[in-house]
Design a protein around this ligand. Structure first.
Ligand code: PMP
Length: 363
């Protein structure tokens, strides 16, 4: 050891890119009606939970899960009309986003994505040393800025790498028919996040050699607490992403719960149908309110703008036991809030409280 060198402070060992980043944070708040995280309002039926526990009881907990997760990947391949080799499973789609981005993004690599969108893309690209290239969208259009993304890509000397979230979090906007083909026609790679895909009218895309599609069981399938995400791509791309992925990231509880729910697709479909119906009811009621504008969207949440004081409205809802997401600091989202579609009782309470706040002159 060279004793001439001064000792560095612990913090000096942290990469500069990390020290310069903001942490992904969630406001700690307790509320009776939790409408802030786009979770499913419907828990898994008790008999399905019992069946999962039974299945796990019969497994050896001292043994690792199946290295290949063949059964679960097989069930997802069947559900998506693909093959086992096209499917990877991870600890939530967050893990697979990290793995995918780490596979594609090296130092200085430009990555093009709309803004505002899911903040994790920016963070993961930054962690990998890449350069986020955000393309502003107009939340009121319900669309994603595909033309602008393609125009930016055309100015670059390298084939573009796009990330697109459709339906987009937090606006709800979606890719229109033909948009994905146009992005692919640039010769670029597209990472498509379909976390809210089940709530939209767009069918899942077919496999393409330059497409990675991410999905999750956290939203429509009601398994957010068990952290199960999956991705689809060509065998070749999956093979490369696998090299980056941590082994055994999915535990045997989650694996069995995913299998049990995939066997009950009709349960998910029924819940999605109910959520979409409620979403449209909420949209209508919000549009009826003086000083409220909703952004068009096809997810299990609605982003809406209040005439003024979004933060105050957020706080007043919280006082009434209703937690929504304050997205007013996102680009192009001034005075906007985002509410997840809950049970019809929760939605009623939210609508009533909001109406009261807006008409009560409490701002
Ligand atoms: N993508 C988007 C767009 C999301 O909104 C979320 C969750 N908020 C995720 C991915 C991550 O989902 P999970 O890790 O629970 O699968």
């Amino acid at each position: 050891m060279n004793t001439e060198l001064p000792a560095a402070a612990g913090i000096d060992f942290i990469r500069e890119a990390i020290r310069g980043m903001k942490a992904y944070q969630l406001e700690p708040a307790e509320a009776g009606d939790k409408l802030d995280q786009n979770e499913s309002p419907f828990d898994i039926p008790a008999e399905v939970k019992r069946e999962v526990l039974e299945r796990v009881m019969n497994r050896s907990w001292n043994r690792y899960p199946d290295f290949e997760l063949r059964e679960l990947r097989g069930a997802l391949a069947k559900a998506s009309g693909t093959a086992l080799s096209n499917v990877l499973v991870g600890n939530g789609s967050n893990e697979l986003l990290f793995t995918t981005i780490a596979t594609f993004v090296s130092e200085g690599r430009e990555v093009i994505f709309p803004s505002p969108t899911f903040p994790l893309y920016d963070k993961l690209v930054t962690i990998c040393g890449g350069t986020p290239r955000e393309v502003m969208l107009d939340p009121a259009s319900g669309l994603l800025p595909v033309n602008e993304m393609i125009a930016i890509a055309a100015r670059s000397s390298e084939p573009p790498l796009f990330i697109v979230c459709s339906p987009n979090n937090p606006t709800g906007g979606v890719l229109r028919p033909g948009d994905l083909d146009r992005l692919l026609a640039t010769g670029g790679m597209v990472v498509l996040d379909r976390a809210y895909g089940e709530f939209s009218s767009a069918p899942p895309p077919s496999l393409h050699e330059r497409l990675v599609t991410l999905s999750t069981l956290s939203k429509a399938w009601g398994l957010a607490g068990l952290r199960i995400g999956w991705l689809l791509s060509t065998e070749e791309i999956c093979w490369e992403i696998r090299k980056v992925k941590l082994p055994y990231s999915l535990n045997i509880f989650s694996e069995q719960a995913a299998l049990a729910m995939l066997e009950r697709r009709e349960l998910m479909e029924r819940n999605v149908e109910a959520i979409i119906k409620e979403r449209e009811r909420m949209r209508y009621a919000l549009e009826e309110m003086e000083g409220v504008d909703t952004f068009p969207g096809e997810a299990n949440f609605i982003a809406f703008r209040v005439a003024r004081g979004a933060r105050v409205v957020f706080e007043l809802l919280l006082v009434r036991g209703i937690l929504v997401r304050d997205v007013s600091s996102y680009p192009a989202m001034n005075n906007a809030l985002r509410v997840s579609v809950g049970t019809s009782e929760e939605n009623d309470r939210f609508l009533e409280a909001l109406q009261g706040i807006l008409s009560g002159g409490e701002q």
